[in-house]
Design a protein around this ligand. Structure first.
Ligand SMILES: Cc1cc2nc3c(=O)[nH]c(=O)nc-3n(C[C@H](O)[C@H](O)[C@H](O)COP(=O)(O)OP(=O)(O)OC[C@H]3O[C@@H](n4cnc5c(N)ncnc54)[C@H](O)[C@@H]3O)c2cc1C
Length: 297
């Protein structure tokens, strides 16, 4: 395969993704693009497409389990896609902005839903793609429009209609979100936002290990009945450890990296948890976090 010069830059920039994921594990992609604007995003997408190179989009890396070896794909990291423009009725934010910062600012700005999302790490592009959120609010509550670049390298701008985003899902997975517009509610008061933020933060702090290295909830809740965390806890798997990866003693659906864990430690622990829950409850737990495989994407 003969690749253009731009790939040489992207190859030189490639580094272990362990430093860019919240779980702190992950090998090195073949190419790492860090576009600063939408035009550079289009170029990178077209280049990969023309050369048949698989493409992965990296936001804050907070919902990913990246395997240890070489990742045979190009990664587009969005952290340089910055920008924050406040208008009377809306706020426009670059995909690479940190979501926790937007959540804090949403209290004053009056963006519906977002003050209920403290303690959710990641980038704005990532939370839009995932429709991140929880019991106190989610991204879809305040999202007006999304712009980005599709897999064909075409720019798009999409106004959000009710029902476009579902539970932890959006039509933007597999595309490259470059920016999002959130609406401001004129009836909102900072007092109301601050109260919601505090309530959500208190709940988060009391129930989840926020300062540990993790990828958040590891497994999907299996439909009706007990949550994944409850199933793991009642199978007595809390505190189970392989290498430096451990099932959190605070929240059983979190696997934490105690320092120096590898992706294989985490995957071995995932398999032990799945086997334990299968044995105790006859339930098959599925991963909630996305795995990037070594070798192929
Ligand atoms: C301590 C902790 C607590 C958490 N709590 C919650 C919670 O309460 N609720 C919740 O929903 N999640 C939670 N999470 C998970 C995580 O914060 C969310 O999934 C978040 O949306 C990840 O954003 P990211 O930018 O890190 O995405 P990444 O992990 O980088 O990527 C996740 C997925 O989104 C895609 N993606 C990323 N950026 C873009 C983009 N610009 N365009 C298109 N696709 C993109 C990736 O390709 C990948 O498919 C938690 C995680 C941690 C570590």
């Amino acid at each position: 395969m003969v690749l253009p010069h731009a790939f040489a830059d992207a190859a030189a920039r490639a580094e272990r993704l362990a430093g860019r994921t919240s779980l702190g594990v992950g090998g090195t992609p073949r190419w790492l693009f860090e576009p600063e604007d939408e035009a550079a995003c289009v170029e990178a997408v077209l280049l990969c497409r023309a050369n048949d190179v698989p493409l992965l989009v990296l936001g804050g890396g907070c919902n990913l389990l990246v395997e240890d070896g070489a990742i045979e794909a190009a990664v587009i990291a969005t952290r340089r896609l910055r920008g924050f423009a406040i208008h009377e009725d809306r706020v426009e934010v670059g995909a690479g902005q940190g979501f926790p910062d937007l959540v804090r600012r949403s209290i004053e700005l009056g963006i519906p839903g977002l003050p209920g999302c403290p303690g959710i790490p990641g980038s704005v592009g990532g939370v839009v793609a995932m429709n991140a959120g929880g019991r106190f609010g989610c991204v879809a509550d305040g999202l007006l429009a999304v712009r980005g670049v599709d897999r064909a390298g075409e720019r798009f701008q999409r106004t959000i209609e009710p029902g476009d985003l579902g539970y932890r899902s959006s039509p933007f997975r597999g595309q490259l979100v470059t920016g999002a517009t959130f609406r401001r509610d004129p009836a909102w008061t900072p007092e109301r936002g601050a109260a919601l933020f505090r309530e959500a933060m208190d709940w988060k702090r009391s129930s989840q290990p926020l300062s540990a290295r993790s990828a958040g909830c590891m497994f999907k809740n299996p439909g009706s009945g007990a949550s994944a965390g409850q199933l793991i806890e009642t199978a007595e798997l809390k505190g189970l450890r392989i290498g430096a990866a451990m099932v959190s003693t605070q929240h059983a659906n979190f696997i934490v990296n105690l320092g120096g864990a590898s992706a294989s430690d985490v995957q071995a622990l995932v398999a032990r948890v799945q086997a334990g829950v299968r044995r105790h409850h006859g339930v098959e737990l599925e991963l909630e976090v996305e795995t990037w495989r070594a070798g192929g994407a």
